[in-house]
Design a protein around this ligand. Structure first.
Ligand SMILES: O=C(O)c1ccccc1NCC(=O)[C@H](O)[C@H](O)COP(=O)(O)O
Length: 221
């Protein structure tokens, strides 16, 4: 599969295995206490072991200071850091330099103007993740299971390396990949039976839907 696929918010060995067996390129762990997907660094350190040599382990944090990131990085030894808060370009540069790890910076998108916010991060963040804006009242900056208008990404400079995220599932991934041309996709709620509860069959169904979408796209008209 040439498309990167990140399954985010994993909390059990069984669902990590389902993600890896499906062909995930990235598995994500959430370090945000208000999230139903929150894991402690020691737990993520155990869960990520199965990914060595198979997928990149991504540590997802929100406006965390050096001490908090030190604890995550030293326990989990992630391959990538995802910054999902209001981290400035300077902070992204600082984090990259401190840990020597690639950083994926998340942005919440609702309208075309929201994409302009990536400009000062270009050449600093290694990758972007475009997610939907959280619904009113949500305490979570991500993992809300809501989509944004994928057409907004259609005119984006194709040098921008991004993962498409927000409300993806087996039923809409084909349409999402027709509307936008991400180098990767990211999913959390769409493979859950309840908030924070990943479902192995839903993970398998998601990979089957991706393969079908990619095959349909590659087939001669
Ligand atoms: O998933 C969370 O609970 C979360 C909490 C705090 C910051 C980020 C979070 N998720 C980040 C992700 O990368 C999710 O996969 C992404 O927001 C998509 O989620 P979903 O719309 O549920 O597929």
């Amino acid at each position: 599969m040439t498309l990167d696929v990140k399954i985010c918010g994993l909390k059990t060995d069984e669902t990590v295995a389902a993600a890896l067996d499906g062909g995930a390129s990235h598995i994500g762990f959430i370090f945000f206490e208000k999230s139903p997907r929150h894991v402690e660094p020691e737990m993520a350190a155990n869960l990520r072991k199965a990914a060595h040599g198979r997928a990149q382990a991504v540590a997802v944090s929100v406006n965390v200071d050096d001490a908090g990131l030190d604890a995550i990085v030293s326990a989990v030894q992630p391959d990538m850091l995802q910054l999902h808060g209001g981290e400035s370009p300077e902070r992204v540069a600082e984090v990259k330099a401190r840990y020597g790890l690639p950083v994926m910076k998340a942005f919440a998108i609702r309208e075309a103007g929201d994409l302009e916010r990536i400009a000062p991060y270009r050449g600093i963040a290694d990758r972007f993740l475009f997610d939907a804006k959280p619904p009113k009242g949500s305490e979570l900056p991500g993992g809300n299971g809501v989509s944004f208008d994928w057409q907004l990404l259609a005119g984006l400079d194709d040098k921008v390396d991004y993962m498409l995220s927000g409300g993806l599932n087996a039923g809409n991934i084909g349409a999402a990949l027709k509307a936008a041309s991400p180098r990767g996709i990211d999913i959390s709620s769409g493979v859950e039976s309840a908030p924070g509860v990943k479902d192995q069959q839903m993970i398998r169904d998601f990979f089957a839907a991706i393969r079908q979408a990619l095959e349909t796209d590659a087939a001669p008209a």
